[in-house]
Design a protein around this ligand. Structure first.
Ligand code: S3P
Length: 177
């Protein structure tokens, strides 16, 4: 299962918690990119630009999807831009993985990202201003809406989102999907 959505949607925290709940493996695609590149995402953006990052992202996604086994119990969190790239969406469609869109409105996502930047020092090269953030959100939303399942996350805690996914996706305690 692949979790998609904009920056601040909770893909990594929900993915990790859902994995723990189901006993499934969890992987963050950005971590794989950093491992393969031996650089932080922010350094890739700084040194190679967004186009360099997208190339590294596509290569890492291809590698990861190639490792997935049919019925494999794994949750993958993608970075916010990955599913909006045509070549990545194509790869995922061909691989047959289920895509789950974690949705929230732009104002809430902006608040979450600002809070993470202030409290955890998280670096997001594409965070920009509130206005550019909203514009990018608008551009990408039509792509996210193509996911196989959409989960609203506005005003919900990670535990509440996990519970909603377990019931919405029909994932029982045995983790059958
Ligand atoms: C990006 C989002 C980031 C990361 C990179 C690009 C984007 O991941 O992949 O900075 O294009 O929205 P998060 O969505 O986890 O912040």
């Amino acid at each position: 299962m692949v979790l998609i959505g904009f920056m601040g949607a909770g893909k990594s925290s929900v993915g990790r918690a859902l994995g723990e709940r189901l006993g499934w493996a969890f992987e963050d695609l950005d971590d794989r990119i950093e491992r393969r590149e031996q650089r932080k995402v922010s350094e890739i953006f700084r040194d190679s630009g967004e186009s360099g990052f997208r190339l590294a992202e596509h290569a890492a996604l291809k590698e990861l999807l190639g490792e997935l086994k049919p019925g494999g119990e794994k949750i993958v969190a993608l970075g916010g831009g990955a599913f909006a790239q045509k070549n990545n969406a194509k790869l995922m469609q061909a691989s047959g993985v289920s895509t789950v869109y974690l949705d929230a409105d732009a104002a809430e996502l902006w608040r979450r990202c600002r809070k993470q930047a202030e409290q955890q020092g998280s670096e997001r090269p594409l965070l920009g201003s509130a206005e550019s953030f909203r514009k990018l959100y608008k551009q990408r939303r039509r792509h996210y809406m193509k996911a196989s399942f959409r989960q609203e996350t506005g005003g919900k805690t990670v535990a509440e989102i996990v519970a909603a996914l377990v019931s919405g996706l029909g994932l029982d305690r045995s983790g059958k999907f």
